[in-house]
Design a protein around this ligand. Structure first.
Ligand SMILES: [Fe+2]
Ligand SMILES: [Fe+2]
Length: 454
């Protein structure tokens, strides 16, 4: 048996780096597998009870009865798609391929697969491979973990069981691993470079980009904190920001409008960082019920789109439990737009239902969730950080079927002029984000960044 077969045999026994898969998946990917000249193998039980592999072919698959197509009795190299010539890959939708691949997994297998990806992430993190290679491996794993969440989480409480709990736990650990891996400046810029190479056309790329950008943005936010940059913002506040906050808070006393009263810029501790990264990862998980709609150029239906925040918040609560309140609020409120009438969110819905007794609002963004829930703050720090990242990505995304992408600068100008002007985004938050983009190589004019920063 050659080395490759031995490696595949290990996979059949639950080790190694290859994937066990179904005949249906192999048949649906036939033109790609053939174009890459990629072999695949049938898993067989040997007389001594151990598992082995034998080369298989398409004639054999075609002869299988319908009832046998979904059993994962075959194995193929995990990275086989890398060997498909680009002209073939262009016509395939990698997201669909992965979805199909996981569709035949049972919930238990999905949970096991996720645990295996989390473990491999630990190895990737410790590996000394070049940053770009590492970044690609991370993005690939992010895709898999998101798709596994998408297909394993339940919308009905009575269906949530041990496998969903495992998916939730392993996803939390996976996000922490990614965070630890990215917490090195070299890798951060490689990750950002990596976005440019991500294939186009899928919501999953939006998730990967927003998730990674949020992680980098949080690191930058803490960097600003440690370098004392807020002092310069404080000094420039009156001249640069006060008018904008007056629009947000027309009834507050003028003397009260200071940076420290308006925006709470405390350092993000490591626990919050993990939870907020998880929130960014799951922020659009509510789109899972109707992903096709979001991917298509179907007529804009506001109600359809709005559903994803309620569904996402409910999914996290049901499947992840009550220990992930911040992540749930990020998913439920990331389109809240500081309570502007055009926004929508779970917290807004709760307020409309009179679920909470509200205090007077006097803070634009608070880092304390209770200030937000009690009505004292218009925004909660991770929600507003995610909102700017999310909007920026949507504006610059070249793959959205319904509109042309903006350049980075056009998007920032739109956020700064239109969205801050309409009081849908916080002015300081947009400038912090502009400052972050500067560090990522975007040419941002001074008028759009933080005052006093080179
Ligand atoms: Fe969203
Ligand atoms: Fe989004």
């Amino acid at each position: 048996m050659d080395a490759e077969s031995i490696r595949l045999q290990k996979t059949a026994q639950g080790e190694g780096n290859s994937l066990s898969t179904s005949a249906r998946f192999l048949l649906s990917s036939r033109h790609l597998l053939e174009s890459a000249g990629e072999p695949f193998y049938r898993i067989e039980k040997k007389p001594d009870g151990t598992l082995g592999v034998k080369p298989a072919n398409f004639a054999e698959l075609e002869a299988l009865p319908e009832s046998a197509l979904d059993a994962r009795h075959y194995v193929v190299r995990k990275d086989w798609q890398d060997r498909v010539p680009p002209q073939y890959m262009d016509s395939a939708d990698p997201f669909e391929l992965k979805l199909q691949h996981y569709a035949s997994f049972s919930d238990e297998e999905k949970a096991q697969e996720l645990a295996a990806i989390r473990k491999s992430m630990e190895i990737i993190r410790k590996n000394t491979m070049p940053p770009m290679e590492k970044a690609r491996a991370i993005m690939d794993a992010v895709e898999d973990v998101f798709i596994l969440n998408k297909s394993a989480l339940k919308t009905v409480k009575s269906e949530v069981g041990i496998n969903q709990r495992t998916v939730a736990k392993e996803t939390g650990s996976f996000v922490s691993e990614v965070l630890a891996a990215v917490d090195e400046s070299k890798l951060t810029s490689a990750l950002m470079d990596c976005f440019a190479f991500l294939s186009k056309g899928q919501s999953i790329n939006h998730i990967s980009r927003v998730f990674s950008m949020m992680i980098s943005f949080m690191l930058h936010f803490n960097f600003l904190h440690q370098t004392g940059s807020w002092q310069k913002v404080r000094i420039a506040f009156k001249e640069r920001y006060k008018d904008q906050y007056r629009m947000l808070f027309p009834t507050l006393d003028d003397a009260y409008l200071t940076l420290d009263n308006m925006v709470q810029l405390s350092l993000i501790d490591s626990l919050d960082k993990k939870e907020w990264a998880l929130g960014a990862f799951l922020h659009d998980i509510g789109k899972m019920a109707n992903l096709d709609y979001f991917e298509s150029d179907a007529a804009y239906d506001a109600n359809e789109i709005r559903q994803h925040v309620y569904l996402g918040s409910g999914l996290i609560l049901m499947n992840y439990g009550t220990d992930h309140e911040d992540a749930r609020i990020i998913a439920g409120d990331h389109h809240n737009a500081l309570f502007h009438k055009d926004g929508y969110s779970v917290t807004r819905w709760e307020r409309e239902k009179g679920i909470r007794k509200l205090k007077e609002c006097s803070i634009s963004i608070s880092s304390q969730v209770n200030d937000y829930l009690s009505g004292e703050a218009l925004g909660f720090l991770p929600v507003e950080m995610l909102a700017v990242v999310d909007i920026y990505d949507a504006l610059t995304d070249a793959s959205r079927a319904y509109k042309k992408p903006m350049t980075s600068l056009e998007a920032l100008q739109f956020m700064h002029g239109k969205l801050v002007g309409q009081s849908k985004l916080d002015p300081v938050m947009v400038d912090i984000f502009a400052d972050f983009l500067k560090t990522q190589g975007v040419a941002v004019p001074d008028v759009l960044g933080l005052p006093g920063r080179p």
